[in-house]
Design a binder for this molecule. Sequence first.
Ligand code: GTP
Ligand code: MG
Length: 500
Amino acid sequence: MFDNLSEKFANAFKTIQGKGKISESNIEETLKAVRTAMLEADVNFKVVRQFISQVKEEALGEKVLKGVNPGEQFVKIVHDQLAEVMGGEGEEIDLTRPPVVPIMVVGLNGQGKTTFSGKLARYLEGKKKKSVLLVPADTFRPAAKKQLETLAKSIGVECYDSDLTLSPQEIALHGMEAARKLGKDMVIIDTAGRLHVDQELMEEMRQVRVALNPFNPEVLLVADAMTGQEAVNVAKSFHQTVELTGVVLSKMDSDARGGAALSIRHVTGVPIRYISVGEKMEDFELFHPDRLAKRILDMGDIVSLVEKAEDVIDQEEAEQMMKNLEKNRFTVDDLMKQMGMISKLGSMESILKMIPGMGGMLRQIGDISPAEDEMKRMKVIISSMTKAERNDYKLVKESRVKRIATGSGNTIQAVQQFLSKFRQMEKMMGGMMAMMKGGGMPSFPGMGGMPGMGGGGAMPDLEMMGDIGDMARQMHGKKGKKGKGKGKGKKRGPWGGGYF
Ligand SMILES: Nc1nc2c(ncn2[C@@H]2O[C@H](COP(=O)(O)OP(=O)(O)OP(=O)(O)O)[C@@H](O)[C@H]2O)c(=O)[nH]1
Ligand SMILES: [Mg+2]
């Protein structure tokens, strides 16, 4: 997310770092670089113009604090303006309204409407304790109904059995009626994809909106963030036709530029409510301009990381693991569970970027996919181990190594490497537990220190995270020597062989 923009901003700020004081002449160059960065990120030129003049005014204005590092102060001003341009505080749809609230989901073809409908339903039921009825209203593609039904089943949300021979507005109204009878709080109506230039289909969508008007519907446009300014134009058209109450940016995980995120609110006046950051049902976030501004500026986003951990990590499992660790026991099974938790949090890159300062570091490191591949390989090896072996890896002697290698489609050497790596991890965990016991309870997501889990406060201990990073790098260093000549031709990142 926002990779290009982050990198260019970081470069732009270099020119102002180390300057004694912010002045018109010395911010000129930085502002120029910021302007170029934004235009290249496909941000609407009007937004860029206003953004730059606002930053300049603030930077040169009276609000400048004496004694504060001008570089830092400039970054802070840019941060505040970025958040402002994306909508300031950021708000989700009104969840306090009396039932039944219709939420109409619209957009171009293939933008992620159905996926988002499922994500929103999961969020509303799981986090907000609302009961939801999903209503498939795509009368063009019969497979669309099946798709929503399957999704609904996977998240345990009820799906309305729409009669696809009816018109979409009839389906929507029937859905509302069914929801009233079932005592549902909200109805999510997943409509068909349509082109904003297709007048007939736009009119059909308008009629759904009109039919729902007595219920004061939420009308959410799902727009693919990667399409940049095109998403802004689409938002304008849809807004003119159905008066949107919010925008959802999808596929933010693949959007390196950020043009849509930074322009839509400013250009259309419609707030961005949610973002979709992957194909899985958990890959969903509220749109927090302030937190996103921090991510753009490599300031990390620990709050979202902790929230995400709370959302996806099974507390009981984490507690059980913590108990094991307290007994100084770390088994292959625990490792498997930890890797499972990490994968649930998202890609390694996306997790690391939420830690302050990691964004810049990741750019220096380059590709970290070898580390992910390594994790996958470990999972495959572990799945070929018996329950007893996972509970005590020392049982794995020569003949068993061979069996595991054959079973998992790996070489004997790869299994041996895994075992020796596991031995190091076991030591690391022992050391960490000693630290925790000695110096109070540091906490970080996924390791029992989560809020409400009896260990530490809400904030992860960053120093601790640094230690883990160091350990991981050390481990890799050792392995790097052993593993020489392996993985020929494949670029290995510095963390390629480590746990992280
Ligand atoms: N990477 C990524 N893929 C996504 C995201 N949201 C949806 N997708 C994928 O995009 C494709 C289309 O998603 P759908 O939800 O079917 O899109 P739609 O808008 O309902 O499509 P139509 O109903 O055909 O107009 C699917 O392969 C999804 O898995 C996202 O946030 N990130
Ligand atoms: Mg769909």
